[in-house]
Write a protein that binds this ligand. Structure first.
Ligand code: NZQ
Ligand code: ZN
Length: 390
């Protein structure tokens, strides 16, 4: 078990009747707001109007950056940072999903950098300062509303990289499950797999001596919550209980708590980001396909006990199975959940991916020749996982 420091400073307003607090929370930070949003879903659900009215009623001046792409582009970040500089923006308000929030984080930092945001993303230049960020979340998935990281794509170089800095932690996030009623069955499925993957990939399947058992128990309960409520949210999009459980599970999967006592080494995420970088696919769908193949690839006598523990504690499978049998059953049940219950397509080729770039993608996923995780992987291991997933 590793020593750790835990701090999460994001204030959460959760529930149906909280938006009236948005203006009062923002006001101490300034009056000139950049409202950032995606391709228009917030207009279709009436949230755009509500947010604008709330800000206006508190005397705040609103500027806008619309059209943030899923897998947000660095060029959009630069556009937002230019508005912030020109209009002397005090606060950024992201209304949307992980892409909108991530883009807003990068804008917040680039506001104080005299150059291309890509320099900050690649680490060529440090993040020195950031505008305060507020969020109104509209999809349960990434946890970006309660963490200090963002992921930005550069389509010119086929790169998708993380920008992580404590300065990017949102000040306040508004989580109203009713804002997620309109999320499609497909995006609900993808978001749910993303939540699960944050738990598996970052913490549950980790190469650590003496992990904290309490945290494993909490992870199993969060996983069970997603397994229970994702199918309900898909069948009944307006089910508040299901949407609320998914929303809160998403935030807690990646807000740092589940990482206490262990070292985060998100193997499948690093591999998936390469697929998104080259083929612009939906993050959660890429994870859904890659994760079970990664599990199969790393299964051996050293990894089997944790897979079996997962199977017994999450799916109530017979504990008398051998470790290897239990592990195989765990992978089979996970596949059944993702591809049958959630209905996601099971091959990368279904998403328009081909094998042309596998070698380049595998090399990029491990810049130092080794990718850390439950099992350390080399580029040839990663290429094999891509081929199994095709
Ligand atoms: O753009 P709009 O019109 O808003 O539509 C979006 C988009 O098409 C739609 N959507 C969102 N809320 C909706 C809605 N449609 C109807 N009703 C609503 N209420 O859903 C689509 C996907 O949105 P997006 O923001 O891309 O989804 P998500 O939250 O899954 O974010 C994915 C991005 O986050 C990154 C991913 O790599 C990807 O780029 N990640 C960020 C992380 C972080 N910051 O900590 C960690 C994650 O592992 C992940 O890598
Ligand atoms: Zn993710």
């Amino acid at each position: 078990m590793k020593d750790f420091v835990f701090q999460n400073t994001t204030k959460i307003y959760f529930g149906k009747n909280q938006l009236g607090h948005l203006g009062e929370e923002i006001k101490p930070y300034g009056s000139r707001i950049l409202l950032v949003y995606g391709g228009g879903s917030i207009k279709r659900i009436g949230l755009y109007e509500k947010v604008r009215n709330e800000l206006k009623s508190k005397g705040l001046t609103v500027f806008e950056l619309a059209g943030v792409e899923p897998n947000p582009r660095h060029t959009t970040v630069n556009k937002g940072a230019d508005i912030c500089k020109k209009e002397k923006i005090d606060v950024i308000l992201a209304v949307g999903g992980g892409s909108t929030i991530d883009c807003s984080k990068a804008i917040a930092a680039t506001r104080y950098y005299d150059g291309d945001c890509w320099d900050l993303v690649t680490g060529k230049a440090p993040v020195t300062q950031a505008l305060p960020l507020f969020t109104v979340l509209t999809i349960a998935a990434t946890g970006s509303e309660m963490d200090c990281g963002g992921v930005i794509s550069n389509v010119e170089t086929n790169e998708k990289l993380g920008l992580v800095d404590p300065l990017l932690q949102p000040k306040v996030s508004f989580l109203d499950p009713t804002n997620t009623f309109s999320v499609s069955a497909y995006q609900t499925a993808c978001g749910s797999v993303d939540i699960l993957s944050h738990i598996f990939d970052c913490f549950y399947f980790a190469d650590d001596e003496g992990k904290m058992d309490m945290i494993d128990r909490v992870m199993e309960e969060v996983i069970k919550t997603v397994v229970k409520y994702a199918p309900i949210a898909i069948k009944e999009p307006g089910n508040y209980e299901a949407r609320a459980n998914l929303m809160w599970a998403a935030s807690w999967a990646l807000n740092g708590f589940l990482g206490t006592g262990t070292v985060m080494a998100p193997t499948c995420h690093m591999i998936e980001h390469e697929v998104s970088a080259f083929y612009d696919i939906t993050h959660g769908h890429g994870l859904a396909i890659l994760t079970p193949h990664w599990m199969e690839y790393i299964l051996d006598e050293t990894t089997a006990p944790q897979f079996k523990k997962f199977d017994v504690n999450v799916f109530n499978v017979d504990a008398s199975l051998s470790d290897i049998e239990g592990a195989r059953e765990a992978i089979a049940r996970f596949k059944d959940f993702v591809f049958n219950t959630l209905g996601l397509k099971s091959r990368l080729s279904d998403l328009g991916v081909d094998d042309k770039n596998f070698a380049a993608m595998a090399n990029k996923a491990c810049p130092n020749g080794i990718l850390a995780g439950y099992k350390k992987l080399t580029p040839s291991d990663i290429e094999a996982i891509f081929k199994m997933s095709l």
